[in-house]
Design a protein around this ligand. Sequence first.
Ligand code: LLP
Length: 463
Amino acid sequence: MSSPSLATAVDAPRPDAADGITVAAPPEAAPEVWPLTARTVDGRIHVGGVALDELAEACGTALYVVDEADFRHRARAWRASGADQVHYASKAFLCAEMVRWVDSEGLHLDVCSGGELELAVDTGFDAARIVFHGNNKSVAELEAAVSHGVGVVVVDCLEEIDRLGRAAAAAGRVQDVYVRITPGVTAETHAYMATGGDDVKFGFPVREGHAERAVLAVAGQPALRLAGVHCHIGSQVTATDGLTLAAERVAAFVAELTDRHGIAVDEIDLGGGAGIPYLPGQPRLEPGAFVAALRAGLDRVLPAGSVRLAVEPGRSMIGTAGVTLYRVGAVKDGLRRRFVSVDGGMSDALRPSLYLARYTAWPAVGGAAGDAVHSVVVGRHCESGDVVVPDIALPSSLASGDLLAVPATGAYHHVMASNYNAQPRPAVVAVRDGRARLMVRRETPADLRIREAHGEEVALGGV
Ligand code: LLP
């Protein structure tokens, strides 16, 4: 066997080399990817009336900046979307202050772990307005859901129906549940985010009677009440065909339950997944269009208005409210591409490494100067896949010490951040009407050391 030549090794496809070069775009050139209040004033980007360089000075970098007005605007658009109930999918972004924002907008909350549930309840969110998801909830989580009085638990497997039935009975309660079903519709999105096909870990396939048996199992539990049926076909979806087809199949399933078993379902939760633009020119699936696509599917089968429709948007409510602010450190010129290193990376922005997701970027100050140079924005972590923005045409003037702003980072960034390379996680700061308020403080090296146990003896019970 011949060994690979050096040339082959060097030219092998790289995960950070995207197809084509992204246009670097300031707020005025691509408002779709920036927060609603983003403006360039005297060469400085402002969000929520606050200059990003001033925020960097006050809070340090890397920094997540959240435009409160953007979130509230989108929350209201969802409430006006035509859905009967809107649950904010907290997995997209959550912290105590966010729980308060969601509450103040009159939204319900979708949580998918005991941790999210406790944070919401501890912050004062009414548990009756919470829907609890998860494909492998622990017994302790199910018991916590019952004892907090969670509005709906979305059951995802037969063991859980049994466990939840027992937990509710033990607590002397009747727990409302949705049964999560999969309609055999694979959403047009990244494979990791498609959840409605027959070969996924979530829920019960309608195919071969799995979903029907799950509903009957719920009906057999005196301490559970079937409040509805749930389906979520995926995330970052911009084409509506799959949504309509899924809704139609869910409606057909519901109609069949009535025909065959006399079971009436009056609520259908069709999940979240409305896509947002990450790059200039990309589309957003607007709340009204998302809901209309779902209603169209339901209406093909069920009498119009016969079921309540709930939705669970996450990304589309908070994604473009967020901007990540980095300080540029090393700049390597004279190579095939200019490598611009920033003071964060895959620890605060995992999506480019995990899904090869692409973003645009723009200097927070003085962005207009200089010709465009083929650049790649990289992080400070120890691997070549640590890329923040692959292949982007950034101004030649960009230099060490400058601030770089990456928009559309409000969803699935802070919540997916890690401490890789013992990197403390960034702060999250909210901006509105010229004022900045801290939502999550920056992690410190002391925070990271707090879990060190120094080889403390573990007490073994003997099994
Ligand atoms: N409902 C359920 C049951 C879900 O699983 C999800 C997302 C949502 C609602 C909200 O979907 P959204 O409206 O945010 O698209 N980490 C990935 C996204 C994973 C989505 C997980 N489930 C990313 O960074 O793109």
